[in-house]
Write a protein of this length. Structure first.
Length: 386
């Protein structure tokens, strides 16, 4: 199983916390769509596996018209072998898809059916919070009323829906985060992606915190929010199949699951990353230069081959975030005895501290250790055994 990720590098406005690549200028949108299609054609030989997932991320893919999305999808189908029932996800912002205005000759109320008609079968809606205070602090383009209206309308047309929520936001109380969780659960959405707010370098949020305009993000608050999230989602029957992802049984994101299992994927568009099992590559994060180079048939990317140790570290990092954890059998088979012995040595302290637990042939993070899983994984990394 393999996937294709398509990065749409446009947004209406810049969220204060975001460090992803995007532009708020849409005047080269038609050229970008053409360049994305051209890159798909140029890279068809890189993906020989059957494509099971197609993911429109960004940026804000819902800023594209139906016809633009269809053009890209048609190119994907023309250039690659696609499975009979692929998961095709579109990231969308509530304000893009609820206003009753014409889009491609259709009223906005039919935009969901228009998405379905071109093959999109999963929506990932960027809600982040159901409270105005949080949305304003993050500089989101939608409000809470629009978020609820969008989800309820989407449910009339789509079964496979995910929403994003963010916790640990400055001034977000325990009660407000709990209300966010309760609203999401009451909406009966099959999939939730919930992230702790992080302060990325060179973002507006970092600047506001440095100037004292916004209070700093507090890890202990985020950890408390995370505990509430685990408690309430588990009680409602959601499976925490990966640290930030929760779903009802059978509603795992195929795209997310493939990523955490180390499956190959092709990243298309400016700043998009790719992985083929042995190397990672990434496109330039400059829209005009990306368009210029692709148009002339040049792939504007850098590539890094992964050593055995790199692959081990990535395996530990990704698997430890999942409910299945790290497999001792796979470590031994894929990396050898030295790596397994190293892992067994490094994990002892975290087992004693009840952050890790051995479950049969797997090493898993406990509930106590979940919020610290990335730090625990880094303790298991090694620099070099070659």
């Amino acid at each position: 199983m393999a996937g294709i990720y398509i990065h749409i590098p446009f947004c209406k406005q810049a969220c204060h916390y975001c460090d992803f690549h995007f532009s708020t200028s849409l005047h080269k949108r038609d050229q970008m769509v053409a360049a994305i299609c051209k890159e798909l054609e140029l890279r068809k030989s890189e993906m020989v596996e059957t494509v099971q997932t197609i993911y429109f991320g960004g940026g804000t893919p819902s800023l594209l018209t139906i016809e633009e999305l269809k053009t890209i999808l048609d190119t994907v189908y023309n250039q690659f072998h696609i499975s009979e029932a692929p998961e095709i996800t579109l990231e969308a912002n509530p304000d893009d898809i609820i206003f009753n205005e014409p889009i491609d000759g259709q009223s906005q109320i039919n935009i969901f059916e228009a998405y379905k008609n071109i093959g999109i079968n999963r929506l990932s809606i960027g809600v982040q919070s159901f409270f105005e205070e949080d949305l304003k602090l993050m500089n989101r383009a939608h409000n809470a009323t629009e978020a609820l209206a969008c989800i309820n309308k989407a449910k009339e047309h789509f079964d496979n829906i995910s929403i994003d929520l963010i916790y640990g936001i400055p001034k977000m109380t325990r009660e407000r985060w709990l209300e966010n969780i309760k609203i999401a659960l009451a909406l009966d959405i099959p999939h939730l992606s919930c992230y702790a707010l992080t302060v990325e370098p060179k973002t507006a949020l970092e600047n506001f915190i440095k100037k004292g305009i916004v209070p700093p993000v507090e890890d202990d608050v985020a950890q408390e929010h995370h505990k509430l999230l685990l408690e309430y989602t588990e009680a409602s029957g959601y499976d925490n199949y990966e640290f930030s992802n929760f779903c009802k049984p059978g509603w795992e994101s195929q795209n997310n699951t493939a990523y955490w299992q180390g499956k190959p994927y092709l990243g298309i568009g400016p700043s998009a990353h790719s992985y083929d099992g042995n190397a990672r590559s990434w496109n330039i994060n400059n829209n005009p230069l990306y368009i210029k180079k692709i148009t002339t048939g040049e792939l504007p990317m850098e590539r890094e081959s992964l050593s055995k140790t790199d692959k081990y570290n990535e395996y530990v990092m990704t698997r430890l975030r999942t409910k299945n954890g790290v497999s001792f059998t796979e470590i031994s088979k894929n990396f050898g005895t030295k790596y397994l012995e190293y892992l067994e040595l490094q994990m002892k302290e975290h087992i004693t501290s009840n952050f890790l637990i051995i479950d049969g042939e797997n090493l898993k993070v406990t509930k106590k250790g979940k919020f610290l899983s990335d730090g625990i994984a880094s303790d298991l990394f090694l620099l070099n055994l070659e």
